[in-house]
Every structure is written in structure tokens, then in C-alpha cells.
Design a protein. Structure first.
Length: 94
């Protein structure tokens, strides 16, 4: 177990969380108050059914990654539109 004041922890919070994730218990102190950081595995079904449902919706939803061909076609269309707009705003020579 490692105890550290909140003031000291501020500059090393990332490392303290990493240590807690590796199994070390970290106690943050602030005067007479203490908070313990300890590793815990998140169980979506138990901890947050709503979050689990949203993640499943996102993973199984109607959205899928674009294929290479779809991305190229979209980029080509955008470039053509941009070039058309750029040409129409250029001053014309007489």
C-alpha cells in the first residue's frame, strides 16, 4: 500500500493510476480524509447496463467503416466540388 497526499499526487496522477491498475493499492490523503485507488475489473452487465446497451448498439449499429473505394470516391467528389467553387471565385481576364 502506498499513501500520498493529494498535493503530491497531482503531478503524478497518471503513474499512480497505472500502479493501481497493476495491483498496488494507493491511498490519497487530504488532511483527515482518505480515498483509496484499487484495481477493479469493470463488469458492464453489473456496473452499467445502459452503457453496455449503448456500446452494443454502436458496435452492431447501421454504421460500418467505409471501403477504400467509397473513401476515394468521396474524396474525389469533395475535390471536384472545391475546384469548381475555386474556379468560380477567380477573377476573369478580359
Amino acid at each position: 500500500m502506498k499513501a500520498i497526499s493529494i498535493q503530491e499526487a497531482q503531478s503524478q496522477l497518471g503513474e499512480l493510476i497505472a500502479q493501481a491498475c497493476r495491483g498496488e493499492t494507493i491511498v490519497l490523503t487530504d488532511g483527515n480524509n482518505e480515498v483509496t485507488l484499487e484495481p477493479r475489473i469493470l463488469d458492464l452487465e453489473e456496473d452499467s447496463p445502459e452503457l453496455e446497451a449503448e456500446l452494443l448498439k454502436a458496435a452492431n449499429g447501421p454504421f460500418k467503416p467505409y471501403s477504400t473505394e467509397e473513401m476515394r470516391a468521396a474524396c474525389d467528389r469533395i475535390l471536384q466540388e472545391h475546384r469548381s467553387k475555386s474556379r468560380s471565385t477567380l477573377p476573369r481576364c478580359r
